[in-house]
Write a protein of this length. Structure first.
Length: 177
């Protein structure tokens, strides 16, 4: 058992290598991996365990490519993604719905890295035209708020891991700011 534990990646190591990947190969993402990511997202914490989130899995590349013009900048990763997960929330369910949805999206991103996939957060919330297009393409009801689209695929770019000695430790304050 000890050998297995020694070979496992630590959470810090996972966070260190998880980077936003914006270019993907044409290799399809296996359904088993998408199912795993979704299970992880469903385990995310939420205020009063109200789970205000909804997920729309998009595997049709024509639909994913049609999402790309949703924003002038910051949506280019939709041009090569092989899958995407739209994260939407019902803000009427909970005052913390947006935060809860963001935590669930982060679970998707970390699980993707753990599975050897590239992933990237494409922010939608607060951008009316972008949200309208995403809702039109995916059928998300008008009473829900789309927070983001998490793009998925096998990496067609490499990003350096975070260097621990270059982290912004000056952002940490003890007891008082």
């Amino acid at each position: 058992m000890r050998d297995i534990c020694e070979k496992m990646e630590s959470f810090e190591q996972l966070c260190q290598r998880r980077r936003s990947i914006r270019k993907y190969t044409s290799q399809p993402v296996e359904q088993e991996k998408i199912d795993y990511l979704l299970r992880c997202a469903l385990m995310a914490p939420s205020g009063k365990r109200l789970t205000p989130w909804e997920f729309v899995v998009v595997r049709d590349t024509a639909t994913i490519r049609a999402m790309a013009p949703c924003k002038e900048y910051g949506a280019g990763m939709l041009e090569t993604a092989m899958a995407a997960i739209v994260v939407a929330v019902d803000t009427h369910v909970s005052a913390t719905a947006l935060y809860d949805g963001a935590i669930a999206a982060e679970h998707l991103l970390l699980a993707a890295a753990e599975q050897g996939l590239g992933a990237c957060w494409c922010h939608i919330e607060g951008r009316d035209e972008a949200e309208s297009l995403i809702k039109q393409l995916t059928g998300v009801p008008d009473d829900l708020t789309v927070i983001c689209v998490v793009t998925l695929g096998y990496k067609d770019e490499e990003r350096r891991v975070y260097e621990l000695d270059k982290l912004r430790y000056d952002k940490i304050h003890n007891e008082r700011f």
